[in-house]
Design a protein around this ligand. Structure first.
Ligand SMILES: Cc1cc2nc3c(=O)[nH]c(=O)nc-3n(C[C@H](O)[C@H](O)[C@H](O)COP(=O)(O)OP(=O)(O)OC[C@H]3O[C@@H](n4cnc5c(N)ncnc54)[C@H](O)[C@@H]3O)c2cc1C
Length: 270
């Protein structure tokens, strides 16, 4: 079934409460990962790190899924980093999009991986697995991140080395960016690790936190609630295990209405 429509053709019949946006670029990384960028509605405001519902018209009806916005709030386009689930109701079609195609987006964004949910600190850790890197792709391109924290450590763990490419490319581009490059060069540290192949950093992030290897590799002290803040995005299991480790180190979980020392958000349901 071909469900992809050109943005110009769908605009007149946009579903209620949704924007129709146009894909501007697509890059495939592996059989299960791709990124795409699309136009941003002029009236659409969001906080770096938030997620939004995006979708396609399938069988004449809109089908939406939650997606972290991977671009920062100042970017004139919107970027997303996506999984390709074989037979996934949305991504079996979304993975086929090309520049010019239409993507639907609901008008309100939300989320807990935002600066407002953290109290001030010196160092922020952003722990991610798989597409859980997406909200941090937004936050590490936001100048506020570097104004609020002296050091920004983003960890990205995947099964295979090829799955790290989006993050590796993005961090390099961020360090060369005219707006934030200087801050990122001085303050941003990217710690990429894989679980199923040989790589300089190997293993589950929870094991690397628990056995202290992460901190030894980075040359920083162990977690300290007076200094360190955390943001976590991954599978339910990764969230739970990482959250337990942060709590054991004395950090407490925060939310938009009750900022504290760390925040969590799942990268997918299931
Ligand atoms: C708050 C939030 C933010 C999200 N942000 C993103 C994002 O930035 N990028 C993204 O690709 N997805 C993200 N997701 C997941 C997304 O909403 C969809 O689940 C995904 O696009 C697959 O849609 P689908 O309809 O093809 O399959 P679904 O029916 O939604 O999922 C089928 C199964 O695939 C697996 N799965 C789904 N998404 C993922 C994933 N991202 N990584 C690994 N396994 C997965 C799960 O086991 C799930 O049960 C987010 C989910 C939530 C709740």
């Amino acid at each position: 079934m071909n469900v992809l429509a050109k943005a110009a053709d769908l605009e007149a019949s946009a579903p209620a409460g949704a924007y129709v946006q146009e894909v501007t670029s697509v890059q495939h990384y592996t059989d299960n990962l791709f990124k795409f960028r699309m136009t941003r509605p002029e009236s659409f405001r969001f906080r770096s790190g938030e997620f939004v519902m995006i979708g396609l018209m399938i069988d004449g009806k809109p089908l939406y899924r939650a997606y972290s916005i991977a671009s920062p709030s100042w970017d004139e386009e919107l970027e997303f980093f996506s999984i390709k689930v074989p037979d996934g109701p949305l991504t079996q079609y979304l993975q086929q999009i090309k520049p010019g195609d239409a993507v639907l987006m609901k008008k309100k964004s939300t989320g807990t991986l935002v600066h407002d949910a953290l109290i001030p600190g010196k160092r922020v850790y952003m722990f991610s697995t798989g597409t859980g890197f997406a909200p941090f792709a937004s936050l590490i391109r936001d100048p506020e991140t570097y104004e609020k924290f002296d050091q920004v450590i983003v960890t990205h763990t995947c099964r295979e080395v090829s799955e790290l490419k989006y993050g590796l490319d993005l961090v390099e581009a961020t360090k060369n960016d005219p707006l934030i490059g200087e801050m990122a060069q001085a303050q941003l540290v990217h710690y990429a690790s894989v679980t199923r192949e040989d790589y300089p950093f190997k293993g589950r992030i929870t094991d690397l936190i628990a056995n202290g290897k992460l901190f030894d590799d980075l040359g920083v002290p162990r977690l300290d609630p007076a200094i360190d803040r955390g943001m976590i995005c991954g599978s339910m299991e990764m969230l739970k295990d990482t959250k337990d480790l942060l709590e054991k180190a004395g950090l407490t979980e925060g939310a938009n209405n009750k900022p504290a020392e760390f925040v969590v958000e799942r990268a997918f349901v299931g």
